[in-house]
Design a protein around this ligand. Structure first.
Ligand code: TRP
Length: 451
């Protein structure tokens, strides 16, 4: 086994830590997954639980992953092995989860690319009623080869950027994208709010009805928080391994979390008024955004421009996220298997392309292949977000809270004593007691231990 650590990339001055980490976090999880999960789980109450999960679990675990990454300067598996051999299984859990997520994430990314192209060519313009948007979407995802082409192109784009290396690839896209995405989302939100009947959507999103909440809802909210923040599988370990010593991990984690949550809530403000105004069921599942958004655009002046810009931004947001997932696998193979970066990247690309093809086809011709009643696409989504990520988060808490050298951890959080330590004490308490206990109870409840 080759353990390479010299000559590793560091994120340069311009490429700030916040930017790459936010690039990873902000993605389809915010704009595609968040609205449909909120819709399926009853709205406002879910949003409240989600925000609590982000603050009490997301932020501490992101800081834990940052510390592990920067303390070890390794890929996800190598990082845990370096700090404590017994915990490298946690890295493998991450590598596996990254692979499985990419399997369906690339497919949805392909859809966004298709919608971007359709926006330019006016392919969606003939639709006016919600049923037509739904029919267009269903027809597209079940098509035997069209989605495969877009998914393939998306995988190639990710591959090319990854092969160029950490520093060059990610910076330019992220820097322009984040502000632009926020501006477009804000404009769309204003438009949505003005739609007739949109107020009902806002009530759905912001008025909590806790009678619908079950412990299972909490697990789904937790899974969504982990997915959206890119934690639980070592992405942040891998990225933080490229951070500079003077990066303030606390500020970085706080800014990333804030930005990520802001984008998700804004996406909700765009989608739900339109959902209720047009009469689409909020429980439509993964298709929700794809059948709602074109309807929003069609009602706007210059609809083609809005729609093209929006889907372009979504494509780029998805790309900065697939890069981070791909990087977890590529860095792992490069450093642990001793492959060249090119080879590692190609191996990752080929493996994820195969899985992505299966996931894509499972929405059409392979629809009969079920795992526990779910098709391949849905089971990849469910397994990673609701099981592997929270489980990875749980073990991360146990490792960093109980087993990682306290001084090493503190040195990362306070940059060797440059900042005060009260924050560290609170953080460590959350990681040692609060987070693991709640996560464990939730899992046990889900396995019906208490019923
Ligand atoms: N967070 C990204 C999104 O919201 C997806 C993602 C990238 C991710 N890296 C991850 C999810 C690591 C979980 C773990 O779209």
């Amino acid at each position: 086994m080759v353990h390479r650590s010299q000559g590793r990339a560091t994120l340069g001055g311009k490429l700030s830590a916040v930017l790459v980490a936010a690039g990873s976090s902000v993605g389809l999880g915010n704009i595609w997954r968040f609205p449909y999960v909120v819709g399926e789980n009853g709205g406002g109450a879910f949003l409240v639980i989600y925000v609590l999960c982000v603050l009490l679990f997301g932020l501490p675990i992101m800081l834990a992953e940052f510390s592990v990454g920067r303390a070890s300067h390794r890929n996800a598996v190598g990082a845990y092995r370096k700090l404590d051999r017994r915990w490298k299984f946690l890295g493998y859990n991450g590598v596996l989860a990254a692979f499985l997520i990419l399997g369906f994430y690339f497919v949805v990314s392909g859809w966004t690319a298709e919608y971007m192209v359709q926006s330019v060519t006016g392919g969606l313009a003939h639709c006016t009623a919600p049923e037509q948007y739904a029919a267009f979407f269903e027809g597209f995802i079940a098509h035997p080869w069209r989605p495969l082409v877009y998914t393939g192109l998306f995988i190639l784009a990710t591959h090319v950027i990854i092969a160029m290396g950490v520093q060059k690839g990610i910076e330019r896209s992220s820097k322009l994208l984040m502000p632009l995405l926020l501006v477009v989302l804000l404009a769309l939100a204003v438009h949505s709010l003005l739609m007739p009947g949109g107020g009902e959507g806002l009530r759905f999103l912001f008025r909590p009805d806790f009678s619908k909440v079950t412990p299972a809802t909490v697990l789904v909210a937790m899974g969504q928080a982990f997915f959206s923040l890119s934690i639980g599988l070592g992405t942040m370990v891998t990225y933080a391994s490229y951070f500079k010593p003077e990066t303030d991990l606390r500020k970085t984690a706080f800014n990333v979390t804030l930005l990520d949550t802001l984008v998700a809530v804004l996406a909700g403000v765009v989608i739900f008024p339109a959902v209720f105004s047009v009469g689409i069921a909020p429980t439509s599942g993964p298709s929700l955004v794809f059948i709602t958004l074109p309807g929003i655009f069609n009602g706007m002046p210059l609809s083609m421009v809005w729609s093209t810009v929006f889907f372009l931004l979504l494509v780029i947001a998805a790309l900065t996220s697939t890069l981070s997932l791909h990087e977890v696998l590529t860095a792992y193979m490069q450093e642990e298997w001793g492959l060249s970066r090119r080879r590692a990247a190609w191996t990752t690309t080929a493996a994820t392309a195969a899985l992505g093809a299966l996931a894509s086809l499972s929405l059409g011709v392979l629809g009969g292949w079920k795992i526990c009643g779910l098709n391949i696409f849905d089971s990849l989504d469910y397994l990673t977000a609701n099981i592997l990520l929270p489980a990875g988060g749980f073990v991360t808490c146990i490792f960093v809270g109980w087993f990682m050298d306290r001084r090493k951890f503190e040195a990362q959080i306070t940059n060797n004593g440059a900042f005060r330590a009260w924050f560290f004490v609170a953080l460590r308490w959350l990681l040692r007691y609060f987070c693991p206990v709640v996560l464990l109870l939730m899992f046990l409840d889900n396995l019906k231990v208490f019923h």
